[in-house]
Ligand binder design. Structure first.
Ligand code: CP
Length: 305
């Protein structure tokens, strides 16, 4: 493959192959000397039209550890501020012969559109509510390293499913690997027809968490709601916020995940986020390894590779 635009369409061996490769990078990243020359001479441009802490910084670290020249395009001070379109921006960057573009955009489908206009490899770092493939891969790697085989597990994905590209990519990936996937949310935060993605739908947190192995919390994305979020944040936390009492409905050895950024006291209580069952910091570590694996895998399909 030349691009990584989504989890949709990736096969079981492609996913597990990326996870196996990422496992090697976890080991490398824990050593003093962390560099490989796989992308030496290559140019990677990170083009983020939406804010990011984890994804952008880990793609930068990943590219540099593999020897690439990495440029973070500053969208806010670019000519897009003067009205240049997404495509003209992409075509302009393409003329500088980058090898890999890592793109985040607020609109679903924008990254795939851009990929059709450039000659280099494109990685989707999150497009609207559509997909965030490297997030789902790092989540799967975190689960696999802690729980072993994913096909034996029940994973409850909770909260703002409607606006979540993380949920969508995770549902596709976890289903491909054979997990039992539940979504837990109020009706207002569930996309219509979500059942066709092969998930069990729960509107009650306690029922949805019952005997779950993994509890994956999502951020309430109020910036995408145009002020139309009906329950107050306090009510939301009461019914859907993960606190120790609700977590007790999951298996005793259940593990808690959150892709970040977290809204503490909105979708998750600090005592759970920072507690013994939390994998949240480990997810961040896995993010660098997974992005190194994705860059490594795509590099084999670059011209003259
Ligand atoms: N999980 C995630 O995509 O985080 P950032 O928005 O900080 O990149």
């Amino acid at each position: 493959r030349r691009h990584l635009l989504g989890i949709e369409g990736l096969s079981y061996p492609e996913i597990t192959g990326l996870l196996d490769l990422a496992d090697e990078y976890v080991a490398l990243n824990r050593q003093v000397e962390k560099k490989r020359a796989i992308l030496r001479g290559r140019t990677q441009v990170n083009l983020f039209f939406e804010a990011s802490t984890r994804t952008q910084s880990s793609f930068e670290i990943a590219g540099k550890r593999l020897g690439a020249d990495v440029m973070n395009m500053s969208v806010n001070s670019s000519s897009m501020k003067k009205g240049e379109t997404l495509i003209d921006t992409a075509v302009t960057l393409n003329a500088m012969h980058p090898d890999i573009l890592v793109v985040r955009h607020q609109d679903s489908g924008a990254v795939a559109l851009l990929a059709r206009k450039v000659d280099c490899s494109v990685i989707n770092a999150g497009d609207g509510a559509h997909e965030h493939p490297t997030q789902a891969l790092l989540d799967a790697l975190t689960i696999r390293r802690n729980k072993g085989a994913i096909d034996q597990l029940t994973v409850a994905i909770c909260g703002d499913i409607l606006h979540s590209r993380v949920a969508r990519s995770n549902i596709i990936l976890l289903n491909t690997l054979g997990a039992r996937v539940r979504v837990v949310a109020p009706t207002t935060l569930l996309p219509g027809g979500i059942e066709r993605f092969g998930v069990e739908v729960y509107r009650d947190m306690r029922e949805g968490l019952r005997d779950a192995d993994i509890v994956m919390m999502l951020r309430l994305q109020r910036e995408r709601m145009n002020g139309s979020f009906v329950p107050s944040v306090r009510e939301y936390f009461h019914y859907y916020g993960l606190d120790p009492a609700k977590l007790r409905y999951a298996k005793p050895d259940a593990l808690v995940m959150h892709p970040g950024p977290m809204n503490r006291g909105v979708e998750i209580d600090s005592s759970v986020a920072d507690g013994a069952q939390s994998l949240i910091n480990e997810q961040v570590e896995m993010g660098v390894a997974v992005r190194m694996a994705a860059l490594d895998a795509l590099s084999r399909h670059l011209p003259n590779a």
